[in-house]
Structure formats: structure tokens, C-alpha cells
Design a protein around this ligand. Structure first.
Ligand code: AKG
Ligand code: FE2
Length: 318
């Protein structure tokens, strides 16, 4: 299938550009040099602005992809089944009537491996090492300057990003199985990057409405309108029987293992499309704030249940 956004996905020669990362160990998980390539940077900056999302293809090396994928698949995960609004809370019945989009709750389901489990229940902590990576010569130089992922994404966003300090929601694995109903939502964290690790047999595109909410306020009428249109009103039939999928406002990016997607999840309404087949869709999600010390609210934490140890539906890894 040809991809509607293909012209903004970077088409460079990955092998040529990763030749400098030849040391062994954690540094070989990703083709780090792609994040220092001016062409990749420029392409991503333009894509984010014009299309609401940027993709770095083949950011993980083939071995890195396999290592990250097996780390995530062997970790215990939490089957989270919740009933909440697209703002990831229980609504605001004080300000809005029950029938208002702000109070519209849906049943959602997905599976998570939270940060604490990725840190403490894995042998090598590879997933977490990608978020925290600092270039060898920059070690000891705390934060931004040495962290290549953070520096690259800040340049793409054109604002200084900070790592989230959320104990579980800062870095987590998102697993979607065919029986899950991944919800349309706004993120609370301003920016999100997702390194996809495994495709499902069918479905599972990243679906989004670029820059559809100018502010991050839950009272922003543009947010209410998009929820009314995509989640409340849509009853059009479609192959997966899910709301919103046929709306021309919705853009789709087919996911690709090893590629990194970056977008503003607080201003672009989005979801992982439902999947078919037995293989789960697996992504490693990294979140970023616009100031030091960003953490998710209690509402968002309870809506997601990222940590398998808080779970009543714990499933052990494969
Ligand atoms: O996996 C995806 O494509 C989207 C994940 C997402 O929206 C989230 O974790 O907040
Ligand atoms: Fe999200």
C-alpha cells in the first residue's frame, strides 16, 4: 500500500550513515549517527511542522531491534482495562453537562510494561538505556548536551525538551493485542517518541489528527470538537468497526519495527489503530516535558496502570 505521508519520511541510505557506530555494547542498539545527521534533522523538523509527525526510519540496528524486542517481550505486562475520557480522566461534570464531549468516556484496553519493570525486572536494562543514553565523550556532563536522543528531539521540536520524571509513564512499553481497544486520546506529556519494535499481522497504523488542539487545556473547544467528531458521532462502518477511522481529518502512518516516530501528543489527537492476528503490536514509548520535573497527573496514572506490579491482570512475559 502506498503511504499518503511517504514524501516526508526520510529516504536516506541508512547503512552508509551508521558506519561510524561500530563499537560493541549498548551503543550499537541504535544507529546513533542518524541523530547527528543534518539532513535527517531538517527532514524531521519540516515533517513535524507540516504533517504533525516525524519519522526516523531504521533508527534501531537489526541486532538492537532484536535485543530490545526480546527484552520487552520477556517482561511481565499489565492488561489494563479502563473506562475514561480522551483526556485520560473521568471528565468534568462540574463544568460540563453529562452529554458534553468532555464527559464522554469509552472502554479502552491495552497492555503495558512500565518504567520500573523495564529498569528492575530486565537483565540488561536495554530499553531504559536508550532513553538515558549519553555519548561517550559527554559522560559526566549532565542532561541535554550529552543525551543524543534528547538533543535531537529538542532540535526537531524547536524547543528545549526535558526527560519526564514520571516513575512509570516516562518510558514504557505499549502492547496491543487483537482483542484490545486502544483509545483515541490526548497525551498529557507534551512530546512523545515511539520506537516501534514489532508489527501485528494486520492493522495497527499510528492514526492522528495533526495539531488539532492549539492549547493543552482540557477546556480548549477544539479538543471538544475533535472528540465529538471522531469518537462520539462517527458510526460509519469500516473494516475494523472502529470510530473515526474513515474521517478525512485522520492521517495514518504505517508503523515499522526499528523506526522512531515523534509528535506532539498533547496537541495532536491520536491512537494506535486496532490490530488483527496473534502477534502483538509493540512500541517503546518515551515521553518528554517542556520543563524540568514533568510528571503525569494522578488521573493519567490511574487511567493507564503502567506498572505491572500495580496490576490485577498481570501476565508473565513470553
Ligand atoms: O503506539 C502508538 O502508536 C501510540 C501510543 C500512544 O499514544 C501512547 O502511548 O500514549
Ligand atoms: Fe498517546
Amino acid at each position: 500500500m502506498s503511504h499518503p505521508n511517504e514524501d516526508y519520511v526520510w529516504h536516506g541510505d541508512d547503512n552508509e550513515k551508521c558506519s561510524s557506530d561500530s563499537v560493541l555494547g549498548k551503543s550499537t542498539l541504535l544507529n546513533w549517527s542518524l541523530l547527528e545527521d543534518p539532513d535527517v534533522l531538517e527532514d524531521c523538523r519540516t515533517s513535524l511542522r507540516e504533517h504533525g509527525a516525524a519519522v526516523v526510519k531504521n533508527l534501531a540496528t537489526p541486532e538492537g531491534l532484536e535485543k530490545l524486542r526480546s527484552e520487552v517481550l520477556s517482561a511481565p505486562y499489565n492488561e489494563s482495562k479502563q473506562h475514561y475520557t480522551p483526556w485520560q480522566d473521568q471528565g468534568d461534570p462540574v463544568k460540563y453537562p453529562e452529554s458534553h464531549p468532555r464527559n464522554f468516556r469509552t472502554h479502552s484496553s491495552a497492555a503495558f510494561v512500565g518504567r520500573k519493570t523495564l529498569e528492575e525486572a530486565t537483565t540488561d536494562g536495554l530499553c531504559i538505556s536508550v532513553y538515558n543514553e549519553t555519548k561517550e565523550e559527554g559522560r559526566g556532563d549532565v542532561g541535554f548536551g550529552a543525551n543524543r536522543l534528547l538533543r535531537f528531539l529538542s532540535r526537531v521540536a524547536d524547543e528545549r525538551l526535558y526527560q519526564s520524571e514520571d516513575e512509570n509513564g516516562s518510558v514504557y512499553c505499549y502492547r496491543i493485542h487483537s482483542e484490545h481497544n486502544p483509545p483515541w486520546h490526548f497525551d498529557e506529556s507534551p512530546y512523545t517518541a515511539i520506537l516501534y519494535l514489532q508489527n501485528p499481522e494486520g492493522g495497527g497504523d499510528f492514526e492522528y489528527v495533526p495539531w488539532c488542539r492549539p492549547t493543552t487545556s482540557k477546556d480548549d473547544p477544539a479538543g471538544h470538537e475533535i472528540v465529538r467528531r471522531l469518537v462520539m458521532e462517527t458510526t460509519l462502518p469500516n473494516p475494523l468497526g472502529t470510530p473515526g477511522a474513515d474521517d478525512p481529518l485522520v492521517k495514518r502512518i504505517p508503523i515499522q519495527p526499528g523506526s522512531l516516530l515523534f509528535f506532539n501528543g498533547a496537541k495532536s489527537f491520536h491512537r494506535a489503530a486496532p490490530t488483527t492476528g496473534s502477534a502483538p503490536r509493540v512500541g517503546l514509548v518515551f515521553t518528554f516535558g517542556l520543563a524540568e520535573g514533568f510528571e503525569n497527573s494522578q488521573d493519567v496514572r490511574s487511567s493507564n496502570e503502567w506498572d505491572p506490579r500495580d496490576s490485577t491482570h498481570l501476565v508473565s512475559g513470553e
